[in-house]
Design a protein around this ligand. Sequence first.
Ligand code: ADP
Length: 505
Amino acid sequence: MYSTRTRLTTAYAGLLFATMIVFSAALYFGRRVSAHDELAIRARQQALLVLQAIVNAQENGRVLTVVANNPLSGPVIQSTKAMGDVLDRVPGFFLVLDRQDRLLYSSSTLQLYTHTDQDTVYNAGRALLVDGLPTEVPLTGDPQLSTRLLLQAVSDTATGPSISRVVAGVPTSTADLAPQLLIGTMFLLAPVVLLISLAAAYYLAGRAFKPVDLLINEVEAITDGRSLHRRLPTENADDELGRLAETLNRMIARLQASFGALRRFTADASHELKTPLTVLRADVERAMHPGTPQADRLVALEESMQEITRMADLVDSLLTLARADEGRFDLHREAIHLEPIVRDVTETASILGEEAGITVALPLVEDAVVLGDAARLRQLFLNLLTNAIKYTPRGGRVEMTLSHRNNNAVAFAVRDTGLGISAADLPYVFERFWRADRVRSRASERGGFGLGLAIAQWIVQAHGGTLTVQSRLGRGSVFTVLLPMLIQPDAPPAPDAGTDEAPEA
Ligand code: ADP
């Protein structure tokens, strides 16, 4: 394939060439027509000149024609020697015809032509209308190398009854010459103009594409993977290239963000797996050691079991998030009542709360029907509840409410009087592997992986809802899930199980 620059140049030069051809053709034909008109005027002037000469001579008393009596054909008009004397001095090609269209005089220049040509001219002149359109006759033996003669006829009553008209001719060679000269010039000029315009077009196209070339080089340098922090220069933000650079910059920023997230995710995931594996290895080694007493061995195995469960949980969470990222939500959506689910999780939470010395209450329940996956919603509510219990010290209180909002949404809120989250940390709580205080949360056996809220948020979003948090450090937090409500609980259930679109409220 040719480069855009070459293609532009060729297209431009082709266009220019075509324009030149059309322009030259128009000029050529225009010139020919006007030259032809000029010839007709010149022929007429020539004829008028001859007429004038005849009239002048007659006024001076010279006799130019006589009527001779021919015994066979009757009276015949003949030119006198005086006509020859008068008209020989007038230059140019012309004929003088009598009233029967017979030749009275033929100019000396015309007599230089062959007889055939002279006959052609005479015949054409006879047929010409006085003051009518001119005619052109071809010549074969032209001593002046003109191939055609343009004829024009004029008459004047002042010449008397014998002379009917004067026919004058002008060689077309002069008129043909100008357009031919034009063509010659064009043929000579065309390659030069074409070459110059090609060069100019190539140069201009090159200049126009230079910034694109620069942009390509910059993008190549940036997208090698290690320079994603760099950005393209956007000098002129209004032109196309400036806008392209800005668009690319936004794309690079998104790439940088997602590459960063991917790197962090991989690092975090491996880190999270490394710790339980280390513990597991130590436990197994301890259990295998011949000197380890039986009771210690059992303790080691139990600890191993705990670590294995932890790892299984982590892998489970990772798998859920990976599936969510891929868009393969295994949601089985149907119209469901939320109240039974909320009551069920409250029961579980009460048991957990009792163990942790925390009061769990459910002061307000307004049932609502949503289009959702019961198991996932249960997981979501439980996630928020266990967090509230986990991050609330002994003697605290956890409260849940299920209430209608604006007729078309239902809110599930979990309020605790626990540790709370600092304002600086709030923006990060839904990020994967984020924990307010990694060391503390693991050491104090609250230890999650920081994936629970990420999964919770995915579940909410997959249901077309929102998950928000309000919190103050040391005062407690409120997590609120807003879900679109099905307006008509009697409406037929969702068409397909596993649809991943937000339900229509
Ligand atoms: P984890 O498994 O660590 O609980 P989450 O994603 O559920 O992971 O929570 C992320 C972090 O958000 C927690 O480590 C904790 O610091 C903070 N957090 C979540 N819920 C609460 C809450 N109710 N009160 C205080 N902090 C919370």
